[in-house]
Ligand binder design. Sequence first.
Ligand SMILES: [Zn+2]
Length: 306
Amino acid sequence: MAFSDETRNELARVIPSARCCRLAELSAFYDLDGMLMGTANQYLDFTTSAPVVARKVLTLLRSLYPEISAQVLVRRSRSRRTQNCTVRILDTQEALAVYEEMRSQNYAAKGRYLRKKCCRRAYIRGAFLSHGSITNPERTYHLEISTDHSQAAERVLASIKSFHINAGVTQRKGSLVIYVKDGEDIVTLLNLMGAHQALLQFENVRVLKEMRNQVNRLVNCETANVDKTIKAAMSQVEDIRLIEEHMGLDELPAKLRQVAKLRLENPYASLKELGDMCVPPMSKSGVNYRIRQLREKAAEIARLYK
Ligand SMILES: [Zn+2]
């Protein structure tokens, strides 16, 4: 099952205990779908694509209005590949009562988001269940909620941002899309909505990915260092060969000659290893000094014979 569906199924089972939050979550469905009072205000519809979500809407409605008479209608597309579920409140008086309560939700002064934190969390969850999706973290970090209604988009965006989560908004095919791209932010959001299973799964992937990156970085770094050492050693060998060819190593002072011969015999040894092979042993900086002298000598010869 797709990660997005798993997340949705998990969230569909979360029923907030406080009445205020149930109302807030239901009002997200109302906001994002732009509520449909049926012909001549006879009934009220909550439309969603997933049966699990329709069941949740029904549960929320029945818990808020125990006497309500509602039914779930399922419509399949002609290809039978997608389906639409509609939760319909049949009684006109009941429909109007719910409609009014949704409309009079208690938004903050600027009319942008709900006052209480608990309700904002429920609102974001409702918005995600209504029109949200999340990409499998193996691919990329991306969570989005889309809606055709600018006021709803503003409210969702403000609610998410009220928890110090970075969210952006963009347009796609005439719809407004609110998105979160940062892995850390998505984890925070999943936690706020109550998707704890999805959160664990997301974190597992994130840790593995991070480890893989770190290993790759280390391997690249190591390879680069080894390359550098080998290149340096090869150019030292070239220098010494040049001296040997045009001047002979025996003409060199004893300490220089010893380092030169050891380098030719041990092209891949480190400077420290070369120092240890010397008799008497030489420090790393001592070897380095001789290597530099050999390079200067070689450069001199190269100038003479060019
Ligand atoms: Zn609440």
